[in-house]
Design a protein around this ligand. Structure first.
Ligand code: ADP
Ligand code: MG
Length: 342
């Protein structure tokens, strides 16, 4: 449906986007995830037509949109600071984009009712927006973006202004609304948890490029690089070196390890899965990790056990029971819990 093809953009000779490409399919919610300042909002503005790229194209069903002005792209936008009109009521706010389209009064009325129903605000039409909670205001903003029936919705950190508990609740609700309308959406955020909760597919932006894209579980299970692993909070990173003459085994400060992957030549990084550790080996090829217990912290289902290991490494594993602090410990990981990163 939407194709972003090789977009380049810089400000004052500072490169920001260095060849960004990705696609969005019908009905899909894609989360564009990256640190603050990584160019996410700029990319949305380019897609919307509010900003021009130095190179590259934005295509809708194969058609280049470069000559198409903002209002003829039929893309809906929703920003963090909802930008509702405080002196107008809910219905008037939702109707704003519709009046710009020159629709009849009757048609506008129907669309407003429909949009408010979609976001669970039926009956709120006459309320003053200033009397609503932050979460309700956010839903009014979503209704306003939906009312003109855009063919693509772009949401820029829409939950950014809300506190964590409300964000989770509204995040789930947003996901539901986006799926029920079937409108493809680009959802921008710097918050991994939010992105993982909402996305059908994730696009990770780093240093002006797409570092990795895929379904949330895919990316979590197979981070493509140390940067992605770090960004997702997967910090059990171990330097490694392929071992000549022993295919499948790699040299690390923890001793020889057997990952599930074919180790690349030269130096690389291993990622040890926190959830993959056990107190006993259950196979001859399981990896033994030795260290001294620094701490065991209760984390809901499991204990996060911090192990101080050779090579100045601190590794964290999830176990069903805590381990005695200050004591040496041995844990075992199957090869599947040892990943090779590029
Ligand atoms: P993000 O949304 O990922 O936080 P932005 O797209 O807002 O990132 O912007 C990234 C950087 O690009 C900003 O920190 C700023 O340095 C630069 N930038 C963005 N817009 C402009 C502009 N209009 N003029 C100059 N620099 C800009
Ligand atoms: Mg931004």
């Amino acid at each position: 449906m939407l194709e972003i093809r090789d977009i380049w953009k810089s400000y004052e000779n500072q490169p920001l986007l260095n060849g960004v490409s990705f696609q969005i399919q019908a009905g899909e919610t894609v989360c564009l995830l990256g640190r603050s300042g990584s160019g996410k909002s700029t990319l949305l503005r380019i897609i919307a037509g509010l900003e021009t790229a130095e190179r590259g194209q934005v295509l809708w069903q194969g058609q280049d949109l470069s000559g198409v002005p903002v209002h003829l792209r039929h893309f809906g936008l929703m920003f963090q600071d909802y930008a509702l009109f405080p002196h107008r009521n809910v219905a008037e706010n939702v109707a704003f984009g519709l009046r710009m389209q020159g629709l009849s009064k009757a048609e506008i009325g129907l669309r407003v009712v429909d949009a408010l129903e979609k976001v669970n605000l039926a009956g709120f039409a006459g309320r003053r927006v200033t009397d609503l909670s932050g979460g309700e205001q956010q839903r009014v903003a979503l209704a306003r973006a939906l009312a003109p029936q855009p063919r693509l919705l772009m949401l820029d950190e829409p939950l950014g202004a809300l506190d964590r508990a409300l964000r989770e609740q509204l995040g789930n609700e947003l996901r539901r609304v986006l799926h029920s309308t079937g409108i493809p959406a680009i959802y921008v955020t710097h918050d991994q948890e939010e992105a993982f909760a909402i996305a059908d597919r994730l696009v990770l932006l780093h240093e002006g490029r797409v570092e990795q894209e895929g379904q949330p579980a895919e990316i979590y299970n197979r981070p493509a690089s140390t940067w992605v692993a770090h960004f997702l909070g997967l910090d059990n990173l171990v330097p490694a070196q392929a071992l000549a003459g022993s295919p499948g085994l790699v040299q690390t400060p923890l001793g020889l390890l057997k990952p599930a992957c074919l180790p690349p030549n030269g130096a690389f990084t291993l990622l040890l899965r926190p959830a993959g550790a056990y107190r006993q080996a259950r196979g001859a090829d399981w990896n033994r990790i030795q260290g001294r217990v620094e701490d065991s912290v209760f984390r809901g289902e499991r204990f996060r056990v911090e192990l101080r290991c050779a090579g100045d490494l601190t590794l964290r594993f999830d176990l069903e029971e805590p381990l005695p602090k200050g004591e040496p410990a041995e844990l075992y990981l199957p090869p599947e819990a040892v990943l090779c990163l590029g």
